[in-house]
Design a protein around this ligand. Structure first.
Ligand code: NAI
Ligand code: 15L
Length: 274
C-alpha cells in the first residue's frame, strides 16, 4: 500500500464495485486515502463497514438496485464482473447488462468519472511478437474479452452522448508476482495498479481513454502513447522475478497457441459446458 497522503484530489463519495474480489480486497483499504466516504459493493458478503465506508450488497444485473447504488456517488472504480472465460450467460448478465446498468445509473445520478477494469483479453489474439497501442482494433480472445470490448465501446458512447468520462484500464496480470513467462510482460504490481487507478481518477481531462495496465517490465507488448495525459508512472517491474520465472519455465512450446498469443491460455478455453 502506498503511503496514504492528504491528497488534495479527494472525492466526497467514491464507489468501489467488485470489492469482495481479489483486486477489490487489495484496493478497498488503499482507496480510502482518496475519498471522504468509500462505498463498497459486491454480490458477495463484504463484512461490516469499516470507518469511512458504506457497504451495499448489489447485483450489477439489477437495474433498480444499481440506481440506488449510484445515488450520491461522485466517481466509480468498477472492478465488479465475471473475471475469466466462462459460458456466455453469466458474462452477459454481469459484464454486459451490468455495464449498461452502471452507466445508466451514473447518467441518472450525476456520476461524472468511471475507472473501468477492462482487460488485456480485449486484444488477446494479437501475437506475443507484436507491440500494440490503444488505437489498434480489438481482437478479443473469447466471450470474456468480448464483453470487456463491449464495455469500452459503451464507455465511449456515454462520453460522446452524455459527457461521462471513463478510463478503461486493460489490466494485464495483477497479482503478487508473475506466475509464468507470459506474465513477465503482462504483470502489474498492486502498488502500480493503485498508482494507475488514482491517476485515472484524478487526471484533469480524460474523455474516454484506454490504457494498458502493466508495471515497468523489461519486455512489453503494449504502447500507452495515446494515454500519456493520464500521468501513469509505474515504479515496479517484473524484472526482479525474471530469473526465477525463467528457471521454472525454460522451454516454450511454439506449437502451443497459449505461447503464441498475448491472451495466453484464454485463447484455448472452451466455454463451460462443452
Ligand atoms: P474477481 O473475480 O476476484 O472479482 C470480481 C468480483 O465481482 C467478485 O467479487 C464477484 O462477486 C463480483 N461480481 C461478479 N458478478 C457480479 C454481479 N453480477 N453483481 C455484483 N458483483 C459481481 O476478479 P478480480 O481478479 O478481482 O478482477 C477485478 C476486475 O478486474 C474484473 O472486472 C476483471 O475482469 C478485471 N481484471 C482483472 C485482472 C487480474 O489480473 N486480476 C486482469 C484483467 C482484468
Ligand atoms: C484477466 O483478465 C483475468 O481477470 C485475470 O484473472 C488473469 O487471468 C489476467 O486476465 C491475465 O491475463 O493474466
Amino acid at each position: 500500500m502506498l503511503k496514504p497522503k492528504a491528497s488534495p484530489l479527494t472525492f466526497p463519495r467514491l464507489l468501489l464495485t467488485g470489492a469482495a474480489g481479489q483486486l477489490g480486497q487489495e484496493m478497498r483499504p488503499r482507496l480510502k486515502a482518496y475519498c471522504d466516504v468509500l462505498r463498497v459493493s459486491d454480490q458477495k458478503n463484504l463484512g461490516a463497514a469499516q470507518l469511512g465506508e458504506e457497504v451495499q450488497i448489489t447485483n450489477l444485473a439489477n437495474a433498480s438496485d444499481m440506481q440506488s447504488l449510484l445515488t450520491g456517488v461522485d466517481a466509480v472504480v468498477h472492478l465488479g464482473g465475471i473475471s475469466t472465460e466462462q459460458a456466455w450467460e453469466p458474462i452477459l448478465a454481469s459484464n454486459i447488462v451490468g455495464m449498461v446498468n452502471l452507466y445508466e445509473a451514473a447518467r441518472l445520478q450525476g456520476t461524472k468519472r468511471i475507472v473501468f477494469a477492462s482487460s488485456n483479453h480485449v486484444t488477446g489474439f494479437y501475437q506475443q511478437d507484436e507491440v500494440i497501442d490503444t488505437k489498434m482494433p480489438p481482437k478479443p480472445d473469447g466471450f470474456y474479452g468480448l464483453s470487456k470490448a463491449f464495455g469500452e465501446d459503451l464507455a465511449e458512447m456515454y462520453w460522446a452522448r452524455w459527457g461521462i468520462e471513463t478510463v478503461s484500464i486493460r489490466i494485464g496480470s495483477a497479482l503478487p508476482a508473475p506466475k509464468d513467462r507470459r506474465m513477465l510482460s503482462t504483470w502489474i504490481s498492486f502498488d502500480d495498479l493503485e498508482r494507475l487507478v488514482v491517476a485515472a481518477l484524478t487526471a484533469p481531462i480524460v474523455g474516454h481513454t484506454i490504457i494498458f495496465g502493466m508495471s515497468d517490465n523489461q519486455t512489453s507488448w503494449w504502447d500507452n502513447t495515446h494515454a500519456k495525459h493520464i500521468g501513469y508512472r509505474p515504479l515496479d517491474s517484473s524484472d526482479v522475478f525474471r530469473h526465477e520465472v525463467e528457471a521454472r519455465q525454460p522451454h516454450i512450446d511454439r506449437h502451443d497457441k497459449a505461447a503464441l498469443y498475448q491472451g495466453g491460455a484464454f485463447v484455448k478455453v472452451a466455454p463451460h459446458g462443452e
